[in-house]
Design a protein around this ligand. Structure first.
Ligand code: SF4
Length: 429
């Protein structure tokens, strides 16, 4: 067994997250009625199990591998390791703790990292600078954005942590998918050498098959959201986003979506809305407020505004072929990776994005779009105005634009979000 770095304190932020998850889960169970926010109740239960397992594995001395959220977690199931999602940690802590990850953003600012970079990486970078994380290695694609590329070398240069960087092409063509398939395979082999393990491709295959099933269930849920009123709660989007990047490839993830589908089907049949009455149907084509996911519940209950989906909940992929050979499987993994949330949007030209947003507006009977422009996502800064014009012209619906930082309430606060959205809804007839 790998015993390079055995001590109890290699993943302190995961321990913090585990404590916060357990505390919130207990509150949800004790205070909310049995059927209150099931996505939260069930999601926290699954997250807690995975965090407990991660903490135990770290105590047992397994290598700690940090991964970018656009490197699907199930791909790491070919190793006996502790997978730690860099971006997920920053944002889950931002959502669950008072003051969130702000202390760690500021540590990085003082260190010299620019204030306008992505907080999704900056939180975990600050925690690593503060020696709360002791990674054995990190793996990331060269996507989706400059912030990713400019941030990950910090781990290598400041903390001398081996970094496996996968070169993801910009173009969406056959040769690109084949190239990235090779990058994935070589990257896993390279990572294996760093942590002293051979990748077990049979284990990988099982995890991928499990995620193929998850993808199917998510698609079924997505179809049901077309109905009025929406049968999901707004919080489903936040929890689903978190679980997808944190626990994919585990039976707990599959179990979450199975349970959710049953609940959502019931709501679909009874035409029940989580907030009581659906008055407005909105699509958030980019991110929700991770620094305060309670905004989702407030929108449901106070404004009757449904968030039908956000960027993490409308990207799907063709099932990965695990039945032929390894090449076919890696090809499917490549296609999935290059179509993931944010990767798809940020590395594609804006034409397709605008086109499918228009189709979503029509197919899901949306009354409006709410576009959150993150200070970090510069690659997407020119898109909102084009999208706003296209939605007005093609569908006749308005779009509210809010500039913010997804993980830092100090830029645009929860109060400010509520005011802006309340005023906007008054303009909708
Ligand atoms: S695309 Fe935007 S939100 Fe996503 S990692 Fe890059 S800067 Fe952060």
């Amino acid at each position: 067994m790998y015993i390079k770095n055995v001590n109890q304190n290699r993943i302190i932020p995961y321990r913090m997250l585990l404590s916060a998850t357990s505390a919130i889960k207990e509150l949800v169970e004790r205070i909310l009625p049995e059927n209150g926010v099931p996505s939260m109740r069930i999601g926290l239960e699954k997250l807690e199990l995975i965090l407990q397992s991660s903490v135990k594995k770290a105590e047992d001395g397994l290598p700690v591998v940090g991964y970018h959220f656009s490197f699907p977690a199930e791909f790491l199931q070919c190793f006996d390791c502790v997978p730690v999602c860099v971006e997920g940690t920053s944002y889950f802590l931002a959502a669950f703790l008072e003051g969130g990850s702000e202390k760690y953003y500021d540590l990085m600012h003082n260190y010299g990292h620019p204030f306008h970079t992505c907080t999704s990486q900056k939180g975990t970078m600050g925690m690593t600078l503060d020696n709360l994380f002791k990674f054995d290695s990190l793996i990331t694609p060269a996507a989706p954005c400059d912030c990713t590329i400019a941030s990950y070398p910090f781990f290598k240069h400041e903390k001398e942590i081996p970094l496996v960087l996968l070169d993801m092409p910009f173009l969406r063509e056959e040769k690109s998918y084949e190239y990235y398939a090779n990058q994935l395979k070589e990257g896993l082999i390279k990572l294996g050498k760093v942590i002293g393990q051979e990748p077990d491709f049979n284990k990988l295959k099982k995890a991928i098959e499990l995620e193929n099933q998850v993808n199917k269930l998510k698609l079924e849920i997505f179809e049901l959201i077309k109905t009025t009123p929406s049968p999901i709660s707004n919080l489903y989007n936040a929890i689903s986003a978190g679980l997808s990047i944190f626990i994919s490839g585990t039976p707990e993830n599959l179990s979450y979506y199975k349970q959710m589908l049953e609940i959502i089907k019931k709501r679909y049949k009874t035409r029940e809305h989580h907030g009581g009455e659906e008055k407005i149907r909105s699509i958030w084509p980019y991110m929700i407020t991770f620094f305060s996911i309670d905004l989702m519940e407030w929108l449901d209950r106070e404004l009757g505004l449904s968030v039908l989906f956000d960027i993490f909940n409308y990207n799907f992929y063709d099932p990965i072929n695990t039945k032929s050979d390894l090449n076919a499987m890696f090809y499917g993994m490549s296609r999935k990776s290059m179509g993931l949330p944010m990767v798809r949007q940020s590395t594609e030209f804006f034409g397709p994005f605008i086109e499918y947003c228009i189709n979503f507006a029509k197919d899901f009977s949306a009354d409006c779009f709410i576009y959150t422009q993150s200070i970090a996502c510069k690659q997407f800064g020119s898109v909102p105005q084009l999208l706003r014009e296209a939605l007005k012209e093609e569908v006749g619906i308005p779009m509210l634009l809010i500039e913010f930082d997804a993980g830092d309430a100090r830029m645009t606060s929860l109060k400010s979000f509520k005011e802006k959205i309340s005023m906007f809804t008054q303009t909708l007839s």
